[in-house]
Design a binder for this molecule. Sequence first.
Ligand code: SF4
Length: 486
Amino acid sequence: MARALPQFVPSSTCFSCDVCCRFPEADSFLRPYFTQQEITDAIALGVPQSYFPDKSGSQIDLVEHVGGEGYLCPAFDAQSGRCGIYERRPLDCQLYPLALMWDQSGQDVLLGWDTKCPFMREAPSSSIRTYAEEVKKLLGSDAIIEQLVAHPRVIGRFQDDVIVLGKLSHLTTRLTQQRTDPRLRPLMASDAPTFAAALQCAHVLGADTPAAFAFPYHYMWTSVLSYWWMELNDTWFLFAKSPDGWFMPLPPLGPSSLDRAVEQAFRLMQQWNGSSPVSRIEHVMDVQKSSMSVEGIRFQPKDGDYLYSAAALASLVGDPYKSHRALCNRAAREHAIASEPYRASDQEGCLRLYRRWAAQKCHDNQDHVGKLLLEDAEQAHQFVFQKHDRMAVFGRVVSVNSEIVAYTFGYWLTPQTWCVLLEVADRSVPGLAQWVFRDTCRTALAQGAVSINAMDDAGLPGLRAAKLAYHPTTVLTTWIATRTTI
Ligand code: SF4
């Protein structure tokens, strides 16, 4: 059951207003939509079932307003001006005076506020925005997303008297996704155990496994792209849909022949994408590449993950680490730095830091694409702040004078390998990034890490130089597989 949404308009105002729950026509498109569960609840509270034309989910039928104008929701008590099922009213009504609607082109789901509500017309726009942000977060919860995916008619058509507050990208990708194949399932937090079982079954986890062979690596991006999975012949397939089409961010995971699964994967992607070159399998390990003999398959190298000795980076001993050591010492000398496990209450501080850090990066000459990537990354970081515990991702925050100046999140790929998923440090504090990375390595070492996986360099020369300067023990070789259309 989805959580109740907070109310913005005071009840006393609602009771004396005559806008809600009343409609000009019997078939008004603004009639509230009830899901199957909401219909069951409403009937249990006394709303006659005859008002619901489809018990699996429908807009409610209205009653004529005796002695008045127009039509009423049958749950509405015109005398008291109250909803008779207020505590169990549907999501559609809980949202009001906010509204979910498609944009004019039908491409994006928007959250807006209805100018028909007199209270909203007088409310300061800053408090509307703050409230909308809170609702937006709740609408991003798995429970509500699933409710909306199962009942897309809660989302109304575009209304030009609704002021748009923003797009709901995650919901849009989930909703507009054509169920290209009924076997596809959206990737959700509850799929983490299935993913882990598939990894075990495929025997791919070891010292040289790329960080991509882990649930959080992909799940954090579901806030930006849509990810889907299916199981065929005991093999687990993970697919992602970009604006260009379908691809596999990971090779198929199964107990038997990889060739057969790869054949199957390309057949599916080519069916969905046509001859578009977007069909590909990413993060193919070196060892997998050498055993693949699928007709027409081609490989190109992908940026590999940097692996380090946890002990070496925790101590930074010796000449190779002289400059890193000096920077750590400088940060510690100039600031009283505190590092603690991440708590839910750190979310706002981390977001503020991310925005400051992104602005610092933009100032250092990010191009347009770089700026767009930072915007996408903000969504992914926020997603991790909110859902880290459901993804088995662990975070730490670093503060100076009680202000968060850095954060880091990571996960265990194997009991010996710690992967650094996110690391953000205020760029205006000299040595802070080095101090945080050493702190991360020390924490992981204390918990049993032998190896630190710091992910790839995304093809960025500056990042490559910084990662190489830490003297990796290995830079993993991974491949992108494509296949000529058969
Ligand atoms: S269910 Fe309640 S809140 Fe919703 S329209 Fe009917 S009376 Fe109004």
